[in-house]
Structure formats: C-alpha cells, structure tokens
Design a protein around this ligand. Structure first.
Ligand code: AP5
Length: 218
C-alpha cells in the first residue's frame, strides 16, 4: 500500500511518516531527505538543489520526478511506502500516478495533516536535525537525551538552513500556492483523502492516521 502524507512545512509529515513506516515495516520516500543527502555528498544534483532549498523555493519538477523515478525502481513491489514531501505540484502528482501505473501500482490513500501557522512556526523554530541519520528532535518537545546530540549516532544536531525565521513565511506561501491545491486534485480523483488534525501528541496523531487508513491503532 502506498500512502501520501500531505501538509505544510513543520506539520509533522516526517515524524508521523517514521512512526507509520517503522510500525508496518514500510519504505519511506522522503524527497527533502534525498535532497539533503545529495547536498551532503556534494553531488551536482545537491549543488543545484541548494540554491532553491535555502530560499524556501521548490526544486524544479523535472529534477524531483527523475529522483522519485529512480527511488521507485529500487523499491520492491510488495513493500508498502509512505510518500513525504512528494508530490508537491500538479505536475509531480500527475507524474507519480503515471510512474506508478507503469509499474502496476497505485496510491491507496492521501492523508492531509493540518495545524495552525502559529504551531507550524513554533515547531520549525524548535526543530533540530541529525545531519548524519536524519533523526528529528525539537527543543520544545522531543528533546534528545544529551543536549544538541543525536540519540542514535551521537552527531551534533543542526538547525536546517531553511528553518531560519526569514525563510519560513515564504515556505508557507509556496505551500499554499503550489502544494495545497493538490487537496482538490486528489479530492477529484478516486484516491481516498483523509484530513487528520496535526495538533496533539505524537501518539494521538499516529492513532488518527492509522484509523484513517483502516489500520489497527497502537
Ligand atoms: P522538506 O524536507 O520536505 O520540508 P517540508 O515539507 O517543508 O517539511 P518539514 O520537513 O519542514 O516538516 P514536516 O512536516 O516533515 O515536520 P516534522 O515531522 O519534521 O523539504 C525541504 C525543501 O526541499 C523544500 O522547501 C524544497 O526546497 C525541497 N523539496 C523537497 N521535496 C520537494 C519536492 N517534491 N519538490 C520540490 N522541492 C522539494 O516536524 C517538525 C518539528 O515539529 C520537529 O521538530 C518535530 O519534532 C516537531 N513535531 C512534530 N510533530 C509534533 C507534535 N505533534 N507536537 C509537537 N512537536 C511536533
């Protein structure tokens, strides 16, 4: 089963995606992480993406679609997957439907997570990430055991360049303009779409996501 997690920056797509995929033994297609890995490795793609990401702009569709096509080709058909951060535009959504169709697969559900802008800005300002393994923490909730240090591999936690206060309003604007319309896109499609409150405890939200997907709750 393939599930798309849709929602604004900071709403918890990554956090809930990890909980869901770990619980079910699924794969994750996280385009933000794929781009950050490319940047860390200094690849041509990473250098191209840097310019867009640090300004809170979307990386061009052609680049993203090729990246997801590559990822899909390495995913075993029997394994479920959570899509986090893709699709983000109409062109990406259409391309995903076509790419999956070619492979005889399809999106089973879309889950839209929602929260107020005030909550999103606070979560983003408090986010700290591990540059090595991608684990995500927050200074207001979900602190690491040792300050500014990843619990999993001991790396020093960082504040993402695109999480700076001057970039966040633009990321929210880009979401409203280019990604939020995908809610109407999937509403008009046969794929079931579920709206889940992204405010509350991690477990409450995870239970609501699982309930929306018709899965047993934890
Ligand atoms: P990406 O990495 O996808 O960023 P995003 O969509 O802006 O989402 P975030 O990672 O900011 O938030 P999230 O919803 O995953 O929240 P999280 O779980 O971390 O993309 C970055 C950039 O890459 C884009 O701007 C673009 O340039 C480029 N890009 C990526 N994909 C692209 C695409 N398809 N096309 C074009 N460009 C693309 O949670 C946030 C914080 O809140 C964390 O600290 C977490 O611990 C905390 N938190 C989570 N849930 C709760 C809760 N319930 N209560 C309290 N705190 C919580």
């Amino acid at each position: 089963m393939y599930v798309i997690l849709l929602g604004p920056p900071g709403v918890g797509k990554g956090t809930q995606g990890v909980l869901l995929a770990d619980h079910l033994g699924w794969d994750r297609v996280v385009t933000g992480d794929l781009l950050r890995a490319a940047r860390a490795q200094g690849t041509a793609l990473g250098q191209q993406a840097e310019h867009y990401m640090d300004r809170g702009e979307l990386v061009p569709d052609t680049v993203m679609i090729d990246m997801v096509r590559d990822k899909l080709s390495s995913m075993p058909a029997e394994l479920g997957a959570v899509f986090d951060g893709f699709p983000r535009t109409d062109a990406q959504a259409s391309a995903l439907t076509m790419m999956l169709g070619t492979l005889g697969r399809k999106i089973a559900h879309v889950v839209v997570l929602q929260a107020t802008d005030e909550v999103l800005v606070r979560r983003i300002s408090g986010r700290r990430s591990c540059p090595k393994c991608g684990s995500v923490y927050n200074v207001f909730q979900n602190l690491p055991e040792v300050e500014d240090t990843c619990d999993k591999d001991g790396s020093a936690l960082t504040h993402r360049a695109d999480d700076q206060p001057e970039t966040v309003p633009h990321r929210l604007e880009v979401y409203r303009k280019l990604t939020e319309p995908l809610i109407a896109y999937y509403d008009a499609s046969p794929v079931p779409i579920h709206h889940v409150d992204g405010e509350g405890s991690l477990d409450e939200i995870q239970n609501n996501v699982r309930a929306a997907l018709g899965l047993a709750q934890g």
